[in-house]
Ligand binder design. Structure first.
Ligand SMILES: NC(=O)c1ccc[n+]([C@@H]2O[C@H](COP(=O)([O-])OP(=O)(O)OC[C@H]3O[C@@H](n4cnc5c(N)ncnc54)[C@H](O)[C@@H]3O)[C@@H](O)[C@H]2O)c1
Length: 362
């Protein structure tokens, strides 16, 4: 039976912070980066949780990221701001950019921040929620390493390019869509490998010749499949345009990767804040949002389902559970995390190792 390491979120956050500081980050930078990663674990988005530290630490120790940088504003014009991440930590750049977007939206109704020369920023939801927590609609995107072929192609030309939108609601968590424009995010394949799986579901990936595969090793050497065929391909291009082209930064094959140590990642982000109150009073928007969600959920469930969910529901349910019961990391992830901690000169905290169910099949 595989085992799982169970840690309270506070313990995991503190461990992640120590690792990040050991790898060269200042305390404030380590805090926001750790919080972003543990946020993803809490919500069950383990692909963008602390397993990323195994890659981040190598990036930081190799000097491939400016661990003490924070980036700078290149220009500000009305509601638009252009930010140069100067190859700093993605979460440090994103915290500054999301806050600029809110500031601009407070002044102008809309705040649009375009960032270039940044690094991996984790789960987009963390940044969109940072904006929606201020009573605004938050829309966040980024480009990523070119692991996805264009529709009808077989060479990687765009990334998993996520799209995320978070809104303020009457209930604190009404709707939060955070999705890669591929069937799944690349991190889900890394998670499967760390969990010791050898196969993946059909529809996730192809081999390097573009032939669909369910063999994990072949898929890791191959390409990810766009979400919903040519429509996903179009959405990925949309993100590439709004992030890479618009910011003047790296695009398509110019983008590096979180696991590529030979050159900076150069990823680009887009942060959009919309001040709801400029259009309808915020409390009215919140109530209407809740009514929309209720109406959507009032649909009768289709055969095979016993309820209708909206975006964000699966993650918030897991978050409640994980806050109570702790975060369970696959033994493979824990082992790699402890090894990354050792590289950063940090000891792991004690944690419970529990026997668990066999890993899910394809
Ligand atoms: N930083 C990067 O470079 C990068 C790149 C790609 C993806 N990502 C991140 O990867 C993470 C995972 O992306 P993903 O596409 O694999 O996520 P996913 O497929 O697990 O979920 C996508 C969305 O679908 C919603 N959803 C799931 N089940 C649902 C249901 N039954 N009914 C209604 N809605 C439902 C979820 O709430 C979520 O908003 C995201 O956090 C994303 O930001 C990051």
């Amino acid at each position: 039976m595989p085992e799982k390491a169970i840690l309270r979120d506070g313990v995991l956050r503190e461990f992640a912070e120590r690792i990040l500081q050991g790898a060269g980050l200042a305390p404030e930078a380590a805090a926001v980066t750790a919080d972003c990663l543990v946020y993803a674990n809490l919500r069950g988005v383990d692909s963008h949780g602390v397993q990323l530290l195994t890659f981040y630490v190598d990036q930081f120790l190799a000097g491939n990221v400016r661990t003490r940088g924070h980036g700078n504003v290149l220009s500000e014009s009305g509601c638009c701001l252009l930010y140069d991440g100067e190859n700093s930590v993605g979460q440090v750049v994103s915290a500054a950019c999301a806050d600029h977007a809110v500031r601009l939206a407070q002044a102008h109704g809309v705040g649009l921040v375009s960032a270039r020369r940044s690094n991996h920023f984790g789960a987009a939801a963390y940044w969109a929620e940072r904006i929606s927590a201020r009573g605004m609609i938050g829309i966040v995107m980024c480009n990523a390493s070119p692991s996805v072929p264009p529709w009808q192609g077989k060479d990687g030309r765009v990334g998993t390019n996520p799209i995320c939108m978070s809104v303020p609601g009457e209930s604190s968590r009404p709707w939060l869509l955070d999705m890669a424009t591929t069937t799944v995010a690349m991190g889900k394949m890394f998670k499967a490998r760390m969990a010791g799986q050898t196969t993946i579901p059909a529809g996730w990936a192809t081999d390097k010749e573009g032939v669909p595969t369910t063999d994990l090793a072949t898929a890791l050497g191959g390409l990810l499949m766009p979400l919903g065929g040519y429509k996903g391909s179009g959405l990925a291009m949309m993100v590439e345009i709004l992030c890479g082209v618009l910011s003047g930064g790296a695009m398509s094959t110019e983008v590096g990767g979180v696991y590529i140590l030979s050159r900076p990642m150069g990823t680009c982000h887009l942060f959009l804040a919309i001040d709801v109150a400029r259009l309808v009073p915020l409390d009215q928007f919140r109530r209407r949002m809740d009514r929309l969600v209720e109406t959507v959920k009032s649909s009768r469930p289709a055969a095979g389902y016993d309820e209708v969910l909206v975006a964000g529901d699966p993650e918030w349910r897991l978050e409640e559970e994980r806050r109570r019961q702790g975060i369970a990391l696959d033994a493979g992830v824990w082992t790699k995390l402890v090894a990354a901690a050792a590289r950063a000169g940090v000891d792991p905290p004690p944690c419970a190792m529990l026997e668990s169910d066999p890993p899910p099949g394809p």
